[in-house]
Design a binder for this molecule. Structure first.
Ligand SMILES: [Zn+2]
Length: 581
């Protein structure tokens, strides 16, 4: 196999306009070149070469692709041959294979997904049932021409897809392996994407490997992705990275948004360096992928509470990979999609220009909620800021963060320094996930069970507890998705845990008593940690400091002892009755 970075190098070096221009007369129109389509042989200039994206597209027969696909489609080459041909033209030497190589066993899957993508795109353009998708796009102010260039498609209900794929010679097993159809319990097979608008997901070689389908009208989940397949690992890809990486190199930044529509809108507004995770939180692999292409990431998520939680979660992951991270804030009630539609590209550019460092953004929010006005507030603020400092793997960023947090909380820099030493407290993120079978039964679980009772319990728990206080990784994930009210975002492990908790239910426990007990236990645990920190700091402290620390320790211990669950607390909780607002 030819290494990915060599393929990248070849694609970047290739002159698509020149190559197409050898056989097609091209004329410049704005940023693109137009000519007669070499595939369907029309007489009008419906064939576009878009050098900025390194791709071609025909508005009549809808052939589309990059320089490699151009050779494959025009000359019937296979992928490696096309890469070698382009490499030869641009003067890049590809090491010869030693001996005969086996073809990539995943080739049939790539072919199946590509065939499906073409078929879905045609349904969006032509099928009567696709009208619902066309109307939906119109309602979101996306023209059919824009949708086509982006490769959008429509997956109809019914068996049309399966029949069409079989008619094209694709076997059911391959369609199953590619995640395009699903097997029902009775053994029948149905298309995975039914009644959905489809966004194709590309790998770094610009091959379609999966789809993300948005529901049209009512239905759950709102977005449905292809499952993990041999060609699609969603944690290791980013939506639109195959195009955005070129812009990222030029702009020296990436813009991370939440969903496909945000990507689409920003792309249409002329922003190239935009990517999105694929329906879940940002993974370490995705951060590592970004880090290979850019030194800086701007997070452009919704500015509501759920959006902010997602922002800071993603921020910590990116900081761990030594990226500089800033946060763009949108006007109240706007998301990236509506902002560009309502106020245009300049408003977006201004929001990006005004973006602030992720730690600074956290401080702004804590300041607004008046966390720094009191001692308990400053302690809670510190608990929220420490994970971000710890996440910062770049030593300079970390030092700047420590200085800044020392300034706002009044905690001495050297104390903070010891606090964030990664050798003593590894980031919880890196703890391996234990199997779900062994779900611990504890205060964290009680709080989740309460949240699953719906409002007002969900709100009551969110207000009492920060997600950072949930230690068990699967529970932390569940807590965050319940807090965001988005259980459809769960990964498989967390989803199984969710189901098992759902089945378990609250049982005969009094919710109020359970709540008091659980909150007290977490609070006591937090105090235990603080006492432990003091114990660790004591050997390094001067005599004067030792006295202060010892005093603080006594105070914390008293506070902790008051939090330990006792019969009295449970009784008083029972008397209080139903949860408050
Ligand atoms: Zn054509």
């Amino acid at each position: 196999m030819i290494p990915d970075d060599v393929i990248e190098q070849v694609r970047d070096a290739a002159d698509l306009v020149g190559i197409v221009g050898e056989t097609v007369e091209l004329k410049r129109t704005g940023a693109d070149y137009r000519g007669r389509c070499p595939f369907h042989g029309g007489t009008h200039r419906n064939f576009a070469v878009i050098p900025k994206k390194g791709m071609f597209y025909c508005f009549v027969c809808h052939e589309a692709g990059d320089v490699f696909t151009y050779f494959m489609k025009r000359l019937g080459m296979d992928y490696p041959t096309a890469v070698r041909e382009v490499a030869r033209r641009v003067g890049i030497t590809i090491p010869e294979r030693s001996g005969p190589t086996a073809p990539d066993p995943r080739e049939p899957l790539f072919a199946a997904v590509a065939t499906a993508a073409d078929w879905f795109a045609r349904q969006l353009r032509e099928s009567p049932e696709g009208d619902i998708a066309r109307q939906y796009l119109e309602s979101r102010h996306v023209t059919m021409e824009q949708a086509q260039v982006q490769g959008l498609g429509f997956g109809p209900r019914g068996s049309g897809f399966l029949d069409a794929m079989k008619g094209l010679g694709l076997r059911e097993e391959v369609l199953l392996d590619a995640g395009l159809i699903v097997k029902r319990e009775d053994g029948s097979k149905v298309p995975r994407f039914r009644g959905r608008l489809l966004f194709p997901i590309h790998d770094l070689r610009s091959r379609v490997v999966a789809f993300s389908g948005r529901v049209l009208g009512d239905g759950e989940p709102k977005y449905l992705n292809s499952p993990e397949t041999p060609i699609f690992h969603k944690g290791q890809l980013l939506y639109n990275l195959h195009l955005a990486k070129h812009g990222m190199r030029k702009a020296e930044r990436a813009i991370l948004v939440e969903g496909q529509f945000d990507v689409l809108r920003l792309t249409l507004a002329g922003v190239e360096e935009v990517v999105a995770p694929l329906g879940t939180g940002l993974t370490d692999e995705q951060a590592a992928l970004l880090q290979r292409h850019t030194p800086q990431v701007i997070l452009l998520y919704d500015s509501d509470d759920a959006g902010l939680r997602a922002t800071f979660r993603a921020g910590d992951v990116l900081l761990r990979h030594k990226l500089r991270v800033s946060v763009a804030t949108l006007p109240e009630g706007e998301d990236p999609d509506t902002l560009v539609q309502n106020k245009g590209a300049p408003a977006l550019e201004q929001a990006l220009k005004d973006s602030v460092d992720v730690l600074e953004r956290k401080i702004q929010i804590l300041e607004r909620k008046d966390f720094f006005g009191s001692l308990p507030g400053r302690r809670r603020a510190l608990d929220r800021l420490l994970p971000t400092i710890r996440a910062a793997a770049d030593p300079i960023s970390r030092d700047l963060y420590i200085s800044r947090v020392a300034e706002v909380t009044g905690v001495r820099k050297d104390v903070l320094q010891r606090e964030v030493d990664p050798k003593q407290e590894p980031a919880p993120h890196y703890r391996p996930l234990p199997p779900v079978a062994a779900l611990p039964s504890n205060a964290e679980k009680s709080l989740l069970l309460l949240m699953m009772q719906g409002e007002p319990w969900r709100q009551r728990v969110i207000q009492a507890i920060d997600s950072e206080e949930i230690e068990f990784p699967v529970y932390r994930v569940l807590f965050e998705t319940l807090a965001d009210d988005a259980p459809d975002r769960l990964d498989e492990t967390a989803a199984r845990a969710y189901e098992s908790l759902q089945a378990e239910g609250l049982g005969s426990d009094q919710p109020d008593a359970l709540f008091e007990r659980a909150v007290n236990q977490l609070e006591a645990r937090r105090l235990d940690r603080e006492i432990e920190r003091i114990n660790r700091a004591l050997p390094f402290a001067s005599d004067a400091e030792k006295a202060t620390l010892a005093h603080e320790k006594v105070r914390l211990a008293a506070e902790r002892n008051a939090k330990r669950p006792t019969y009295g607390i449970i009784q008083s909780a029972r008397r209080k009755g139903a949860p408050g607002p």
